[in-house]
Design a protein around this ligand. Structure first.
Ligand SMILES: NC(=O)c1ccc[n+]([C@@H]2O[C@H](COP(=O)([O-])OP(=O)(O)OC[C@H]3O[C@@H](n4cnc5c(N)ncnc54)[C@H](OP(=O)(O)O)[C@@H]3O)[C@@H](O)[C@H]2O)c1
Length: 266
């Protein structure tokens, strides 16, 4: 078993494999050692093992390192769905068994059940069990990268909104300790709206008895103005206001917020 890439995540993966009792070989561009593992000077030496786990910064960095001498490749480098598809195709053409996965966790969670490893494609490998909870998404190799970026997109939007909120409440001297409990409760409530919203995006039926887009466009106008009044950056609320406003102009004012997806699909 080999791990290519001993960055923050690669080191955690290799450490988990050592902990599970695997015979582990590691390679890193900048020579590094890892307790319990054998370091090699070239990727080619790592390819002699039965399984090669890759965890490098990008596919661009990873691609030139790959070789048809790899027997089974467990690719845990983050990339786009198209990059995953192309790598799966490369593996198929070169007779390399291929598992495409993404890690929905931080290095400190690797080896615990909090680390969800999403994977897709036609192959699986029990090595994923050493890293956390593997979840197979389907045979299409693009799926893991697709879910990864979709879920991270939600996370980054939430973080952007949270940081904007912190900046805003702090202008009135509110502390993070005072505000954050309400924010986390509110996020839990917001999460309960997602199943209905998801259904509406699938059926493209945006009737609502809850909250019309019109009132949300007005709310975003107020949010942008409140941030401006405090001299804060308004990139995030302004972008959302612009997007929601376009959906409103295109006839969705009385519809639910889910109708905004019609603008995004353009
Ligand atoms: N950290 C996280 O919380 C996290 C969570 C989920 C997924 N991931 C994914 O895991 C992957 C690795 O992330 P990380 O946090 O471990 O990053 P990192 O700490 O920055 O490590 C990057 C790794 O890539 C190697 N590398 C960079 N450029 C290279 C090149 N030109 N040739 C060969 N090796 C090169 C680095 O080698 P050197 O040591 O020589 O620079 C290092 O081993 C990424 O795809 C990331 O999206 C990370």
């Amino acid at each position: 078993m080999s791990v290519l890439g001993l960055g923050r995540m690669g080191s955690a993966l290799a450490t988990a494999l050592v902990g599970e009792g695997y015979d582990v070989t590691v390679w890193n561009r900048t020579p590094k050692t890892l307790p319990g593992a054998r370091s090699v000077a070239t990727p080619e030496e790592a390819f002699e093992t039965d399984v090669v786990v890759t965890c490098l910064s990008t596919y661009e960095v990873q691609q030139p390192l790959l070789s048809k001498n790899i027997k089974t490749l467990v690719n845990l480098t983050s990339g786009t769905p198209e990059q995953a598809r192309a790598t799966a195709e490369w593996a198929r053409q070169h007779g390399v068994e291929y598992v495409d996965g993404v890690i929905m966790a931080v290095p400190q969670q690797i080896g615990t059940e909090q680390a969800r490893i999403l994977y897709s494609g036609q192959s699986t490998h029990h090595v994923l069990d050493a890293f956390g909870e593997p979840v197979h998404l389907g045979e299409d190799a693009r799926l893991a990268a697709l879910y990864d970026l979709a879920l991270l997109g939600i996370m980054w939007s939430v973080f952007g909104g949270y940081l904007q909120a912190q900046a805003l409440v702090q202008t009135a001297g509110v502390t993070p300790q005072q505000f954050t409990p309400l924010a986390t409760d509110w996020l839990a409530t917001v999460g309960t709206f997602l199943p209905e919203m998801g259904e509406q995006t699938a059926h493209r039926n945006y009737e609502t008895e809850v909250s019309a887009l019109d009132i949300n466009v007005e709310g975003l106008r107020l949010l942008t103005r409140a941030n401006e009044e405090q001299g804060l950056d308004v990139t995030v609320p302004q972008a959302l206001h612009g997007l929601f406003q376009r959906a409103q102009s295109n006839g969705h004012g009385a519809h639910s917020i889910a109708s905004v997806i019609e603008e995004i699909r353009k």
